[in-house]
Each structure stands twice: as structure tokens, then as C-alpha cells.
Design a protein around this ligand. Structure first.
Ligand code: F6R
Length: 613
């Protein structure tokens, strides 16, 4: 998804912009560009493909200046090409813009501009913005007013940054709706602008996050924030805790591999500060959950997309089993348009790694309108999903760079478990011995996950056996059914193999017809309450000549004798088993993709942060 960087200050802006864009590479993009104010004129460099193409272009045609904006593009309107890459310039070259989002009324605006004699230089919706600004600027209005007048005409959700050589002392940035964030970072006599924190964390740890429908006027000395109508707005400067070093790959060949291995630490961090093992209690202070509030709840609705949705499905089992509270789980893009039945006794919980997913944010807004109590589980501190919620749980995993989510899947599983235990405690539905057991089991997790990772070489052997397959079926049941979905999603997104996750009990109603020796079937059969049922599933697949890869509890020789391959996991309390069973499936997907020589960290067509609908 598009990434934005801006700089104004005493140094050469070009390396700052290129470095910032590099930090955003993980989001996925198809072209990149930058615009620099150089000798009072704006110079633009744009290239399709990887960022290294833009770097080569800048090396061939050097440019420097103290004011610049840059962009990585993920095509929506117009093919990925240098011509369609941002920044886009006005006809007279006086204004340039970079943009994240979709101008929903761009056809109408384009017709209007064409009728005014504007000639378009690209096929993008973004270009309409810069021509609108230029029209007002040419009629004598100032840059900020011209920009705001243009912004007010745009339908849809946007992050926009623009500058002009007519007013070379400022950059104007706006956030309209939920098309991803706009963050303004403070340096020493210099300022930074970005769509995402990693782009500026090398330079600053103090930043302002724009709210929807706010405009920032950024100068070398600071920032003022206003509404689209021009009314001044007070803002809060946040201290940012993330360490940019944590964004580096270290010894690992891929970020995804690093992040899979980081789960021992990230789960320990997730638990840290939240669990009082001595008292047998959970503390989730950022949720502000009182016993009265917990008892007043009639229902929890969990909304999310993709991998986060699979975490939500596990959350349903956890909260219903542990806290005895009904839970509905919904895909955010469905929830937002379904007119869901929500009342003030419903807590709506959004799960989002980025905290900026457009569908999830829109679903949260829908829940807010209907009067729900609004919670979120987010990884990106300061993100919109964190800020608009009444309470939140931070995943505490650090930045996740690999597009395929791994550590930001297991962290919310643990957050959901802790939430379930806390709700059970506050609602008085669990006795103290059980409560103490539920809490103390959390301490086992980092070690259990570490033991799965220690078996990586066995997973590599299975990956070698499966790497040339065309299809793969994943079956699970109960609390491990969502892990079948998640295992299949990981495989399909990074290895481009067709993989399907299925509730095992549904096999006999159709999908069993697919089973033959060419269809490997990954069967999740740890020792949980569904174990016996999963054993008979293994028998059924074998009886039809299928190839079984079993995820099995260490020591389960019976299952091993039935299966063709085994991915071993240590014995785990069943309510926490998804945190463990998913680890070999993450590794399996990673190694199959790697053996197929694919771009594991940046799979085709995907973006890390999905800020368009
Ligand atoms: C898959 C993956 C996506 C995201 C989904 C939601 O590996 O990463 O399916 O889980 O796009 O993203 P967030 O959690 O940022 O809302």
C-alpha cells in the first residue's frame, strides 16, 4: 500500500526521503518517486519497480534540496509505471502532491478539469488533486487555503502531502477519513512527515498523529494543525517507544523468518506487565474494564480482516469457554455494511496489527455509531484503531515487517486469552483455583513456542516433500479450526499454492471428493478435546489414498503411525494450543516459499497495511 515521507530542515532532504521510503518497503509497492525543492524549483524523480530503480535514477540525475516529499505507490488507478508514480505535478510545475487513498469522485473532477483545459500527464486519480490546488493558487489564494479547498472537494479517504515552490517554507499534509495515518515527527530544527512510523524513527521519537479531517502546516520550526475549514486545532505530541534497530533483519535471510523466531520474546513481552502470577490475576489497564462494566456486557463482537480474523475466531472459543460470554466474530468488510445488531451492552473488539486497515476502521465507526463499547487490539502504537477505541490492548511485539503476519498473529491470541480470563474474573464466573491455573499456564508459552522452533529442521524436510505440490488442504476442529485457516492463508500468500482451510467435520459434506494421492492434507490433531474426532479424520483421508501431514503432540506414536509426515508440537494446555500449533505451519509456509525461490517478505499483489477498501 502507498507510503509517504516528507522532510523540511537544514540537511539534504534526498537521503532522508530515500531512507524513509526504504523503511516502508515492507508495505508493498510497484513504483516510487520523490520531489525536491532545488534552487527554488521543484525537481521530480520517478521510477517503476523496486526502490533501487529510483535510487539508480537519483544517482544518474543527482538532485538535492532541503524540502522534499517521497512516495511508494501501490497501483489503484492507472498501471504501475514511472508515468503514474507519485509525486504528481501541476501543469506549471509549481505544486507537487503525493497521496494515499482513492479519490472516489475522480471521474467527475477529471471531467471538470478537462473542460477547463487541463491536460493530464498520468492515469491516476491523484493528479486531479494537484490541478485543483493549482487553479486556486493561480487565482491568488495561498497554498494552505488552496489545498484545503481542494481537499474539501475530495470524496473518499486520503492521506495527502503536498508542497509548492511558491511557498517554499512549508509542506502541507492532510488526513481525510481512514486511508492510513499521517504522522508529523519533530527533530532539532527539522521536521519529518510520514504515513507510517518506521519511515521516521531513525530521526525522531516525538510525533503528532493527525486525526481524520485535519490538515498540518509543517515548517522547519514546527507544525500547526487545523481543520479542513481552517479552524486551529490543539494537538498532543506522543513519545514513541519503538527501537528502529528492531526493524532490521539481523542474521535472518528474511524478516518473516526473523519474526517467526522472535515469537519466544514477543510472547514474553505480550505477557509482561499484565500477569500477576503470585496473585493469579490479569491486569489490562489500557482497557479500563471495571467489574461493573464486565458484568453489564451481554455480548462481545470481534471484527478483523485476514490473519487477524483467524485470531478473532480463536478468541470466540476462549471468551465463550472461559468467561461464559457469547461472542460473534465478523469479517470487518462484511460487518461495516450489514447493519449489525449492536446495543450499548455489546463490546465490539477490533483486532488489527497495523491499526490502519480501512475496513476495520470503518467497522469500528459503524460500531461506535450504534453505541457499542469499542475496544481494539493493535500492534502499531498511536494508530487510528488504538486512538478511536474506548480501551485497547497493545500487542507489544514490535514492528512486523514481513507482509505475511506471524508474530502479530500469536500476540493477539495471548491478548484474547488474557482478556477472557480477566472477564471471567471480573464477572465472577471462575473459581480461584481455576483462575490461578489459567493464569499460571501463560508462563509456559515462551518455552513451548521455543521447543517448536527447535524442531525447524524437521519442518524443512516436510517442506521439501511438499514444495512441488499444486494444492494443499488444511483441516482443524474446535479451537484449532482457525489454525487450519491460518496455515492455508500463510501458504497461499507467500508460496502462491492453492491452499484451503476447512473445518474437519465438514469434509464429508463435499470437500472429501478432492482427496487423492496428489492432495496433501495437513491435519491439526494435537491432544485437545477434538483429538479423537481428528484421528478418525486422518483415517478417512488415508482410506482415500490421501497424503497426511499431521500436527501432533510429542509422543503420539499412534498418530505418527497413520500419518505420512509429522510436525511435532509439545503438550500444551488446550486453550493455549493454537499459539503452539500455528508455529510449524508458519515455518512450513516459509520454507516451501523459500524452496520455491519466492520473495517471502514481499509477496506479489499484497501490501502490509491495507488502507483502501
Ligand atoms: C496475512 C495478513 C493479512 C492481515 C490483514 C489485516 O498474513 O497479514 O491478512 O492480517 O490485512 O491487517 P491488520 O491486522 O493490519 O488489520
Amino acid at each position: 500500500m502507498c507510503g509517504i515521507v516528507g522532510y523540511i530542515g537544514p540537511r539534504d532532504a534526498v537521503p532522508v526521503i530515500l531512507n524513509g521510503l526504504k523503511r516502508l518497503e515492507y508495505r508493498g509497492y510497484d513504483s516510487a518517486g520523490l520531489a525536491v525543492l532545488s534552487n527554488r524549483h521543484i525537481e521530480i524523480r520517478r521510477a517503476s519497480g523496486k526502490l533501487s530503480n529510483l535510487e539508480s535514477l537519483v544517482a544518474e540525475l543527482p538532485v538535492s534540496g532541503r524540502l522534499a516529499i517521497g512516495h511508494t505507490r501501490w497501483a489503484t488507478h492507472g498501471a504501475p509505471s514511472a508515468r503514474n508514480a507519485h509525486p504528481h505535478a501541476s501543469r506549471n510545475g509549481e505544486v507537487v502532491v503525493v497521496h494515499n487513498g482513492i479519490v472516489e469522485n475522480y471521474l467527475e473532477l477529471r471531467q471538470e478539469l478537462l473542460a477547463d483545459g487541463v491536460v493530464f500527464a498520468s492515469d491516476t486519480d491523484t493528479e486531479t488533486i494537484v490541478h485543483l490546488v493549482e487553479q486556486d493558487l493561480s487565482s491568488g489564494l495561498g497554498l494552505v487555503e488552496s489545498a484545503c479547498r481542494a481537499f474539501r472537494r475530495l470524496k473518499g479517504a486520503h492521506g495527502i502531502v503536498l508542497m509548492s515552490d511558491r511557498e517554499p517554507d512549508k509542506i502541507v499534509a492532510a488526513r481525510i477519513g481512514n486511508a492510513g495515518g499521517v504522522v508529523i515527527g519533530f527533530g532539532q530544527d527539522e521536521m519529518f512527515i510520514a504515513s507510517d512510523l518506521p519511515a521516521i524513527l531513525d530521526h525522531t521519537h516525538r510525533a503528532v498523529f493527525l486525526e481524520s479531517h485535519q490538515v498540518a502546516v509543517v515548517t522547519q520550526g514546527g507544525v500547526t494543525v487545523q481543520t479542513l475549514a481552517g479552524a486551529p486545532v490543539d494537538y498532543q505530541v506522543h513519545d514513541l517507544p519503538w527501537d528502529p534497530v528492531a526493524s532490521q533483519k539481523g542474521d535472518h535471510r528474511h524478516f518473516m523468518h526473523k519474526e517467526i523466531h522472535e515469537q519466544v520474546r514477543s510472547l514474553a513481552d505480550t505477557i509482561a506487565g499484565r500477569v500477576d502470577f503470585d496473585a493469579g490475576r490479569i491486569h489490562l489497564d489500557t482497557l479500563s474494564l471495571s467489574p461493573k462494566l464486565a458484568r453489564s456486557l451481554h455480548k462481545v463482537v470481534i471484527i478483523a480482516c485476514g490473519t487477524a480474523y483467524h485470531a478473532a475466531q480463536v478468541g470466540k472459543v476462549l471468551i465463550e469457554r472461559i468467561a461464559h460470554l457469547p461472542v460473534e466474530v465478523d469479517i470487518a468488510s462484511e460487518f461495516r455494511y450489514r447493519d449489525p445488531i449492536i446495543d450499548p451492552h455489546t463490546a465490539v473488539l477490533a483486532i488489527s496489527q497495523s491499526g490502519e486497515t480501512a475496513d476495520t476502521l470503518a467497522a469500528m465507526e459503524e460500531a461506535r455509531k450504534k453505541g457499542a463499547l469499542l475496544w481494539s487490539i493493535v500492534n502499531a502504537l498511536g494508530s487510528q484503531a488504538m486512538r478511536i477505541a474506548d480501551g485497547f490492548i497493545s500487542m507489544q511485539t514490535g514492528p512486523e515487517i514481513g507482509v505475511a503476519s506471524t508474530k502479530a498473529f500469536t500476540a493477539p491470541l495471548v491478548d484474547l486469552y488474557m482478556l477472557a480470563v480477566l472477564l471471567a474474573d471480573l464477572r465472577g464466573v471462575v473459581d480461584s483455583a481455576n483462575l490461578r491455573k489459567l493464569v499460571s499456564d501463560l508462563a509456559l508459552l515462551p518455552d513451548l513456542v521455543g521447543r517448536c522452533l527447535d524442531r525447524e529442521s524437521e519442518v524443512v524436510s516436510v517442506a521439501q516433500a511438499l514444495k512441488d505440490t499444486r494444492h494443499c488442504l488444511y483441516l482443524g476442529r474446535g479451537i484449532n479450526m482457525p489454525i487450519a485457516y491460518e496455515g492455508a492463508l500463510k501458504l497461499k500468500e507467500i508460496s502462491y499454492l492453492h491452499a484451503e482451510g476447512y473445518p474437519a467435520g465438514e469434509m464429508k459434506h463435499g470437500p472429501i471428493a478432492l482427496v487423492d494421492p496428489d492432495m496433501p492434507v495437513v491435519i491439526l490433531a494435537p491432544r485437545d478435546p477434538w483429538y479423537e474426532k481428528m484421528l478418525s479424520q486422518v483415517e478417512q483421508v488415508k482410506a482415500r489414498g490421501g497424503r497426511v501431514v499431521a500436527v501432533a503432540t510429542e509422543g503420539d506414536q499412534h498418530l505418527a503411525s497413520l500419518a505420512d509426515h509429522v510436525l511435532w508440537v509439545p503438550e500444551t494446555p488446550w486453550l493455549l494450543s493454537p499459539v503452539v500449533t500455528v508455529i510449524p505451519l508458519q515455518l512450513l509456509a516459509y520454507h516451501i516459499a523459500d524452496l520455491r525461490h519466492l520473495d517471502v517478505d514481499q509477496p506479489r499483489n499484497l501490501a502490509k497495511s491495507v488502507t483502501v477498501e
